[in-house]
Design a binder for this molecule. Structure first.
Ligand code: SF4
Length: 293
């Protein structure tokens, strides 16, 4: 009898460890409090078996992504955080969340390797010679929504992040008006180097950089893309239609739904067009299942 109980406890522990491993957790929480909280009694209610370590998750502590610093660690940590804190609403390790967490963690190194490749790229001689640095992209590598602009400007070239100048601040306000945070989405440009004098990218430059953009989308796999301005919209969708005609509709790009709207820099010059952009955002949010009213 004693042996049977020990065997059942052993099997329960193995089952739970396998589920954790499947969810991408490579290190268990530390400390007596965490261990004490583990529901190892095989007679425990079924709900506990369905949500292994739910109470441990609430306790703490040392998991992948919560050590180290930098964007990768932050993103992985946030990924875990949302998994941990949803224990009460639908199962800590239900397969969708576990897959999303490990998927996000798996994407980071590959995006980072691509970013390093881009940083050394000299395909466009004029841009490579003039740039301070390449501007790859920023945000959640598992984002449902990507915002796509045309090219870095002076502030972006200096800081290495897209949409950080006045236009970027307006984009941040637009994102927040859509009840999201800037970190919830991914922001990138058609090309990764600043064109001199902020001129539009040349067709050859767009062609040169296209492979990087497509690889980014392949890795992030966004469900939705919002093109900001005519250059991004026309080049992504391979059309010459004006932004006025492209906006207000849902387009398709390799399985993602695409909404086009005015570039925030244009909105700063022509604020009366903000109303149209807000209509485009409402369309986009409706498609994403978010009602803005
Ligand atoms: S714009 Fe793109 S393709 Fe051209 S040099 Fe920069 S990274 Fe390379």
């Amino acid at each position: 009898m004693h042996f049977e109980n020990a065997e059942r406890i052993r099997r329960t522990l193995i089952d739970r460890l396998e589920r954790l491993q499947h969810a991408g957790v490579m290190q268990l929480p530390r400390g007596k409090a965490a261990v004490a909280a583990m529901p190892i009694d095989p007679e425990a209610p079924a709900v506990a078996a369905d949500r292994p370590f739910a109470d441990v998750a609430a306790v703490e502590s040392t998991t992948i992504g919560q050590s180290g610093t930098g964007p990768a660690a932050t993103r992985a940590s946030r990924s875990n955080e949302s998994t941990w804190t949803t224990a009460g609403t639908g199962g800590l390790f239900d397969s969708d969340r576990a897959d999303a967490a490990s998927d996000a963690m798996g994407k980071i190194p590959t995006l980072e390797i691509l970013q390093q490749t881009v940083a050394g790229c000299t395909r466009c001689g004029e841009l490579a010679a003039a740039r301070t640095q390449t501007v790859f992209g920023v945000g959640d590598p598992a984002a449902r929504l990507c915002f796509l602009g045309e090219a870095p400007g002076a502030d972006e070239d200096r800081l290495g992040e897209p949409f950080v100048g006045r236009a970027g601040q307006l984009l941040t306000k637009i994102i927040e008006a859509c009840r999201m945070k800037r970190e919830d989405v991914y922001i990138l440009n058609m090309i990764k180097c600043r064109p001199p004098g902020n001129r539009n990218p040349l067709p050859t430059e767009l062609d040169n950089c296209r492979g990087y953009l497509e690889r980014q989308f392949d890795l992030i796999k966004p469900e939705f893309i919002c093109c900001l301005g005519a250059v991004a919209a026309q080049n992504l969708l391979n059309t010459t239609m004006s932004i006025g005609k492209l906006r207000g509709k849902i387009h398709q790009y390799r399985g993602a739904k695409v909404v086009c709207t005015y570039h925030p820099a244009f909105l700063l010059r022509s604020p009366s067009f903000k109303k149209e952009t807000w209509e485009d955002m409402k369309l986009l949010m409706r498609e994403m299942g978010v009602e803005l009213g």
